[in-house]
Structures are given as C-alpha cells and as structure tokens.
Design a protein around this ligand. Structure first.
Ligand code: PMM
Length: 279
C-alpha cells in the first residue's frame, strides 16, 4: 500500500503532494513502482496536528481519489470521518482505512457495513493532541490485542463481514518506541487472528532513533528511514501480514521479493531434499 498524503503537515512528507495534481502524479508513480493499493489521506495524524474541517479534508482528497480511480487504480481512503469515506467511495475508492477503528465517528462502522467495502480498523486511543499521554500499557501486545478485539466485536455486530475486516496494531499511535518494537516482535499475536493484518511502520519516529544511543542526538531524518522501513516490511510479511503501508515502494517491494524468494526456496527444499532425518 503506497501512501499519498494530500496534506500540508504530515510528519514525513507534509506538503510534498499537497496539491491535487502532484498527489495524483505521485499516486500513479507509486502504482508503477508496484503498489497494489494507493492510500489517499487528507488529515495528518501526527501528534499535535490541527484537524482539518470536513470540507477541507474533502477538498484535498476527492479530486485525487477520483483521478486515481479513473486510472483503474485501487484506492483506499485514509479518514476517520464517515462523510469523507462515503464521498470517497462514491468517487471510486474501494477500501476505507480508519485509524480510529470506528471510534472517532459513530457513523463510520454502519457506513462500512452498508457498503460492504474492505475496512481497515487500527488500534487508536484518541486524537493527536492526547495520544502520546495515553501511551501507557500493562502489556502492550496483550492490551492492544484486547482493545482491537473489542472493536472487532462492535464492528462485526454492526454487520461488517469478517472477510472485509483488516486489523492494524497502530504503530506510533499512543505508543512509545519501546511499545512499537514490542508490537513488531509479536505481530503474530495479530496475524494469528482470523482477519487480515496491515502494518504501518513507514518512516515513523521509532525508526529514526535506530543507532542513536544518545537521547539528545538528532534522529535520522524521515526521508532516510526507508531502508529501516523495508526491514520492517520484511518482518511484517514474515509474520503473515496482508499489507504494509509505506511511503517508498521500491525499497519495500525488494524486501517483499526477498521474503517471497525465501518462502519459495524453503518450500522447494522441503519437497526436493527431504531424505530423512539429519545425521
Ligand atoms: N499511520 C499513519 C496514517 N495512517 N493508517 C494505518 N492503517 N496504519 C498506520 O500505521 C497509519 C495510517 C501516519 O503516518 P503518515 O503520517 O506517514 O501517513
């Protein structure tokens, strides 16, 4: 899943694709590079970001969603608002990616149930201004899983088909770096559930701290976090994730190809060289 942020203020690529024309060109390029889905968003979720109004959000994303969908590209809309999701679906989006898992807007889950589209429900504990204060867990893996499962129950009860549901542990959302690493280390707690899983680690702050032992040291800048992102993509694939949401497609594609080649070779060697127990 390639990221098309049509925002002036996203943490890693804010402003780069803020006008519709450059966002559409960027989306097309990501698709040519190998992205299967383009995730179009008009609200920055970074801590402390000002929320756009619904009108602002619609004005940012709709021209981009319609242009990409007209190009027969598979589009997901990254929004917490049911009104924005509905308009994006009308404009040709096929997937709703809701970082609040239905908690920000009570109309979202009924809309998704009615339309029968794929719904990405992420683990979330509140909007940007409060989320980092809420990064407190007894056991982050067990707590995030339990909170996501509570959302699953509500989402299925509202009529969303289980095969339409995708779960996301929400790296970086009300999570410290240590929480993110623990979730990365235990992705199977999510992939073992009977739902598809999406992982969004791309260029996040915890990757910028790699190799920086001194807390005062400047983090690695976001645009130089793609190799670390690709490594997380490989780990996510290995853990059984359905999709990874990334800014840089070629680096993640290479990592996923490595994964695929190793899986294929592993399957081959079992079939071809199984000559009984090892000495
Ligand atoms: N992260 C961001 C935005 N949307 N959606 C999902 N499903 N999962 C994520 O981890 C996620 C998301 C924030 O990253 P960005 O500002 O670089 O888009």
């Amino acid at each position: 899943m390639g990221i098309v942020n049509v925002t002036p203020d996203s943490f890693s690529d804010g402003g780069r694709w803020a006008d519709a024309e450059s966002a559409v060109a960027h989306g097309r390029e990501l698709a040519l590079q190998g992205a299967d889905i383009l995730d179009v968003g008009g609200e920055s979720t970074r801590p402390g970001a000002r929320r756009p109004t619904e009108e602002e959000e619609l004005a940012r994303i709709l021209p981009v969603v319609s242009a990409l969908a007209r190009n027969r590209l598979r589009v997901s809309v990254d929004t917490m608002r049911a009104g924005v999701a509905a308009a994006a679906l009308d404009a040709g989006a096929e997937i709703v990616n809701d970082v609040s898992g239905g908690l920000a807007d009570p109309e979202m889950v009924p809309l998704v149930a009615d339309t029968g589209v794929t719904y990405v429900a992420m683990h979330w504990r509140g909007h940007g201004e409060v989320m980092q204060q809420r990064a407190v867990y007894d056991d982050v893996v067990a707590d995030v899983r339990a909170e996501l499962l509570a959302r699953v129950e509500a989402i299925l009860a509202a009529g969303v088909a289980p095969e339409h549901l995708v779960l996301d542990p929400g790296l970086g959302f009300a999570k410290t770096a240590e929480h993110n690493w623990r979730l990365m280390a235990h992705l199977e707690a999510f992939t073992e559930l009977p739902y598809r899983v999406l992982v969004g680690a791309s260029r996040k702050t915890f990757l910028g701290r790699l190799g920086r032992t001194d807390a005062d040291e400047e983090p690695v800048p976001p645009a130089r976090r793609d190799a670390a992102t690709a490594a997380t993509s490989l780990l996510a694939a290995q853990a059984g994730a359905w999709a990874v949401r990334v800014h840089d497609v070629p680096s993640t594609l290479a990592a996923l190809q490595v994964h695929e080649a190793v899986v294929a070779a592993g399957a081959g060697s079992r079939a071809g060289t199984d000559r009984g127990p090892r000495p």
